[in-house]
Design a protein around this ligand. Structure first.
Ligand SMILES: Cc1cc2nc3c(=O)[nH]c(=O)nc-3n(C[C@H](O)[C@H](O)[C@H](O)COP(=O)(O)O)c2cc1C
Length: 132
């Protein structure tokens, strides 16, 4: 299996970033393709890790890269994995009502079984966001 982790920037204003729509479509497609992962967004940036069969990951990433709703995609890692690190597709995101503590806890729980690389990438981003 293959796993890709990338960051990108929303190409539309924060208030127009349709995270719910993206997640809904992703869940539908990913279920069919055998893809699991995690998408984090604060409306301005995305951090996504997804994994599954080689062909499915390649096809999905091709679509993601072509999506004009985001830009400046930077792959942080692209690796072969023995087994999934994300059992199901979940997403946590910051809203103005989320307390930083509750939000961090949510992400930490979701990442508790992942590789240090994936975990650190998310935690770095959250740390920056918390400090901002
Ligand atoms: C940040 C971001 C993450 C996305 N993640 C996924 C994903 O995990 N799976 C997926 O199928 N599409 C994902 N998409 C959507 C794809 O870019 C594309 O719009 C979609 O796969 C098209 O599917 P459809 O032809 O079934 O409508 C994502 C888009 C963005 C902007």
């Amino acid at each position: 299996m293959r796993q890709i982790l990338y960051v990108s920037r929303s190409a539309v204003p924060e208030r127009d970033t349709d995270i719910d729509g993206i997640v809904e479509r992703s869940r539908h497609n990913n279920a069919l393709e055998g893809i699991t992962g995690l998408l984090w967004s604060d409306g301005r940036r995305f951090l996504q890790v997804f994994e599954g069969p080689e062909d499915s990951v390649a096809a999905t990433f091709e679509r993601i890269v072509e999506d004009t709703r985001h830009e400046a995609i930077r792959v942080l890692h692209d690796v072969t994995i023995e087994q999934r690190e994300f059992g199901g597709w979940t997403m946590a995101r910051r809203t103005r009502w989320d307390k930083a503590d509750a939000f961090d806890e949510k992400i930490r729980r979701a990442l508790s079984r992942t590789s240090p690389e994936v975990r650190d990438a998310f935690l770095d981003l959250i740390a920056v966001e918390t400090a901002a």
